[in-house]
Design a protein around this ligand. Sequence first.
Ligand code: GAL
Length: 365
Amino acid sequence: MPSSLPTRLPARFPTRLATLGAALLCGSLALTACGANDDAGGDDGEDSKVIALLLPESKTTRYEAFDRPLFEEKVDELCDDCKVLYYNADQDENKQSEQVDTALSEGAAVLVLDPVNGEGAGGMVQSAEDLGTEVVAYDRFIADADYYISFDNETVGRMQGEALVEAMGGKGSILMLNGAPSDPNAAQFKAGAHSAIDDSGVKILEEYDNPDWSPENAQTFVTDMLNQYDVDEIQGVYAANDGQAGGVVAALTGAGVAADELPPVTGQDAELAGIQRIVAGEQEMTIYKPIAVEAEKAAELAVDLVNGDDVGETTDFEGVPSFIFDPIVVTADNVGDTVVADEFYSVEDICTDQYAEACAEAGLQ
Ligand code: GAL
């Protein structure tokens, strides 16, 4: 059974957003500097307890803007003599493996690992275990990990599929863009979405597994499809996350579809750009996963593990002791009651000049 923790967040997210531009710059332009072995603060002493956080990519905004800072702040708050080492693999499995080796050589006692490739992470877990280091599979499942923390990912996919079918009145044809086959979550999102779409009246014209989740690939795929299908035949698009939804919308508007005539497009991650598209009527929905709940639980667990403390009650997910949280659907009707109420974004974050009119219509300001 998925469990939920309180999702109310302290008012610190504008700071997160201020770091987002810099984080994106790190993702695209300054990989060597940003991929380096950053110390997140805490105790710098020789005898500090070392926790490593390893995230998979930086094109999806959540990792640098939310997961990393929320995790680091929580560890800092809970443990005076802990030190966090941070790495982002930029979607490169070999780079992540080297980062694991570096973290272990730096004395990491716990790895909080969000794998680029879930099935390929067995060797990394083995290297850790050989040294007595515990591994927390963060957000994406790893079969041999000691613990797993995530959201109910099949439900994410089902909620996306149901929202799309409903927005299309149960009929019409769609393109389907899934996540990277190396990401175990992608298979769960896909299975959940199919469970809602396959027996509905909605027909899948073409389906694509985006090898790196990138918005660019999503845009190229849809642009290619527009050479095969008449734009009117694309009456909806299942996009597994907001990054891809952005690429889909760019391809459709690039092909001449007016912003107010876009077909329903799904998403996930409640990225700021996704929320703004929802308010403006350019995207049907997104899935909000309260990242604070996930990142802060991971920080608590990592601190318990380095201190040898009891980790509390877990649930079982495929044989791994787990903490699984509930996703939340966001549409134009509940932006205020979800991401704004939770202080994930402020109204000012969302309602920039470009979106002022749409925000007023949506009752946001
Ligand atoms: C998934 C994750 C999503 C999204 C995607 C692309 O594993 O659960 O939130 O970020 O990867 O990185």
